[in-house]
Design a protein around this ligand. Structure first.
Ligand code: ZN
Length: 239
């Protein structure tokens, strides 16, 4: 099991670690800040460098318990000390989009009673599916304004881990969507926006520290994603 440092320190993009295992399915480090694909957020990319100056390009990162860094070419030997360098611009874009998605999900629930059913973000765009019959142009304009209102208010974004029992007792179960987690999950990482006033959700992704860092939110389209389901596409602009 890899120590997943990105869960606590989401802004760190350079770190030292030791190769615990290496094979054709990837390099396992004792600790990592590389984010593995999951929760609608793509994996980080970057490079591992050993002390001899050899570098290994990280092209894919996967796994939830044991994180595997897939590298181009021959991997470094177990026991090697490496410096990991994460593509900081790509990570930052993912974090901005992920925080925007949480705000959008909260606004959809508050204003449209529409529960989020899926989401996928990239470094330059994202989409979100929700349980709603049909958004018209007026709805989308209102949605955009409401999301930007929350982002502009400059709410702090915080994350922390609770044991599952405490989380289930203390937190609003519908909003945190704890029921969606497999039974094997005993610790829950929570992401709070505005001290929980805006949103409080179980999430293992990376986020910015304040909603102002997200930029401005632009709806770029909508389509029907299935019976009673709408898909909303959006992009962020630096503001
Ligand atoms: Zn999330």
């Amino acid at each position: 099991m890899t120590e997943k440092r990105y869960l606590d320190e989401s802004a760190v993009t350079t770190f030292e670690a030791t190769v615990a295992d290496a094979g054709s399915d990837g390099v396992v480090l004792d600790r990592t800040y590389f984010y593995p694909t999951g929760g609608g957020q793509p994996h980080d990319t970057g490079v591992l460098r050993d002390e001899a100056g050899e570098s290994y390009r990280v092209v894919d990162v996967r796994g939830r318990e044991t994180v595997r860094h897939v590298v181009d070419g021959e991997p470094p030997e177990p026991g090697t000390t490496v410096t990991g360098e994460i593509d900081a611009a790509r990570r930052r874009a993912h974090s901005r989009y992920h925080t925007a998605q949480h705000v959008l999900s909260a606004v959809l629930l508050d204003e449209f009673d529409a529960e989020t059913t899926g989401n996928q973000l990239y470094a330059d765009r994202a989409r979100l599916d929700c349980a709603h019959e049909r958004f018209d142009d007026g709805d989308l304009t209102a949605l955009e304004a409401a999301v930007n209102g929350v982002l502009d208010a400059g709410h702090d974004v915080e994350w922390y881990t609770l044991d599952r029992e405490t989380a289930e007792q203390r937190l609003d179960r519908e909003r945190t969507r704890l029921d969606l987690l497999p039974d094997s999950v005993t610790e829950v990482r929570i992401v709070d926006i505005g001290g929980g006033e805006v949103d409080r959700t179980a999430c293992a992704g990376t986020h910015v520290e304040n909603t102002k860092e997200v930029g401005s939110f632009v709806v770029t389209g909508r389509e029907t994603a299935g019976s009673g389901e709408e898909r909303v596409r959006f992009e962020l602009r630096e503001s």
